[in-house]
Design a protein around this ligand. Sequence first.
Ligand code: F0G
Length: 369
Amino acid sequence: MRPLRRSARPVVWPGVIERYRAFLPVSSRTPVVTLLEGNTPLLPSAALSKRLGRGATVFLKYEGLNPTGSFKDRGMTVAMSKALEAKSVAVLCASTGNTSASASAYAARAGLRSIVLIPNGAIALGKLSQALIHHASVAAVDANFDACLALAKSLAQKYPITLVNSVNPHRIEGQKTCAFEICDVLGRAPDFNVTPVGNAGNITAQWKGYKEYAARGLIRARPVMLGFQAEGAAPLVRGRVVPNPKTVATAIRIGNPASWQGAMAAVVESDGRIEAVSDAEILDAYSRLAAEDGVFAEPASAASVAGLLKLARAGYFRQHPRAKRGGFTVVCILTGHGLKDPERAIASVKTPKVLPPSLSTVAKAVGLA
Ligand code: F0G
């Protein structure tokens, strides 16, 4: 490697608004609120590529490496900048955790007040700690996410506050930059884009991103969109609202997604699929990612990998026109960091025994002797 010249300026990533300004609803009057989100790694997975076979290359888009640990930051930089431009003084969201973590961090940066409604007892510890440390007003509501979102919408109608859930179109605009980054790195779109689905804003946003790049001639073909819900929280798969959604993947424990139509349009227009994966399949993918790829993603994120493996087992890629000749590309979106939910990680492995400080006992216990 050449040594850095003293005068050489480091290349600084400017955040998604500056990087993709031409594609976003911002002007010179928009004050940019950013934590330099985006530019997340697109990691090849040798383990998953091997498992798919047929010359497949599987990449992991590690969105957990965004500033607050999830893809929500892409949408929040735009939503918060627009809220500031509109002279809003407070923002509000309902959340299964990550949206509230992101909203409270970006609001802190913007000097705005943040209010978050969370389903009591149903969000991961790391996410709750984020909302609290950023000084959000947190309301733990005795209801599920869908009821919290309905409440948030009503509050936003009654009080002068900006709703920053993905029903706010600026969130979708920002989140589409994930698709741009994937295309910029690959030099094309992947053949298959695999993503977990909860409130369905993210799959809607990614598809919008791919369509815009295609419309500007920046990619030739668009990907097939594959979305996965948890079996106990799969309204899009069942075709009806699920009143009491259940899954270990709390981030996607949602029974009535706000972007229902957007998700279905993405799947239909791209000739894709929306399917369900069981909690056991999600947790298996979660453990494999950590053990085989060295990637710690939260359970909801692992739903994409669980879905990929399920389709592969069912022979989907063997028969698919974009895959059957081999040499195809898959991107799995890993939406949030594993550290968000340390309790789940610890519950899914054997906890270590406490040992005396003795060389022989320790060597034996760790399998060296
Ligand atoms: N993965 C993670 C880690 C999430 O936090 C979410 C959604 C999703 C996937 C699904 O994305 O809702 O756009 O379909 N979390 C929201 C929240 C609902 O409140 O943090 P989606």
